[in-house]
Design a protein around this ligand. Structure first.
Ligand code: AMP
Length: 190
């Protein structure tokens, strides 16, 4: 299986690039943010819980997120692989993912980390707010908080994959096509 962690700060382009990758490699796209938003829309208990964190720019607790991700993964019978978009966001999530995939007889092939500097992220998120309808994109304070949480809790996950020789940094600045091609090149050379 080809299992990719598509990593990066909020606004790095993970969702956009995931669409391109699933098309080319026939992978299942699992975005924890999308799943939480679907639950909010469906007014589920999980949605109500997730919303209380998302609206503040904070992470949904690990236990909740890990259980949810696990139940999504097992829904797919013999997939070619997965793109994990927005997961793992903490070292505890990364460790749980390893254990879980190992139980299924597979593992993470690579982490592709989109690198974009902070000012560019803020500009992109505010622009995305105009079309995404996401409250967490429209509020500069929440954006600030999400970037802070990324730097504090999520960026360290890079070291986790680095230690396993699975970390690849990708320049996330440029046109969407340019960035897609950089990702294709790395995946094709695995
Ligand atoms: P995203 O769509 O990836 O930008 O995620 C939007 C929000 O959903 C985040 O700011 C978090 O509040 C929550 N979220 C998404 N993925 C995770 C995760 N792996 N762990 C904890 N919270 C998450």
């Amino acid at each position: 299986m080809l299992n990719i962690v598509l990593f990066g700060p909020p606004g790095a382009g993970k969702g956009t690039q995931s669409e391109r990758l699933i098309e080319k490699y026939g992978l299942v796209h699992l975005s924890t943010g999308d799943i939480f938003r679907a639950n909010i829309k469906g007014e589920t208990e999980l949605g109500t819980l997730a919303k209380s964190y998302m609206d503040q720019g904070q992470l949904v607790p690990d236990s909740v997120t890990i259980d949810m991700l696990r139940s999504e993964v097992v829904k797919h019978e013999s997939p070619r692989g997965f793109i994990f978009d927005g997961f793992p966001r903490t070292n505890a999530q990364a460790e749980a993912l390893d254990v879980f995939l190992n139980e299924l007889g597979t593992g993470i092939s690579v982490m592709l980390a989109l690198e974009v500097e902070e000012n560019e992220l803020k500009t992109r998120l505010l622009k995305r707010a105009e079309v995404s309808g996401r409250a967490d994109d429209a509020n500069p304070e929440v954006i600030e908080k999400r970037i802070h949480v990324y730097n504090q809790e999520t960026a360290p996950v890079k070291s986790f994959y680095h230690a396993q020789n699975k970390f690849i940094s990708i320049n996330g600045i440029g046109s969407i096509d340019e960035i897609t091609n950089r990702l294709f090149q790395e995946i094709d050379s695995i």
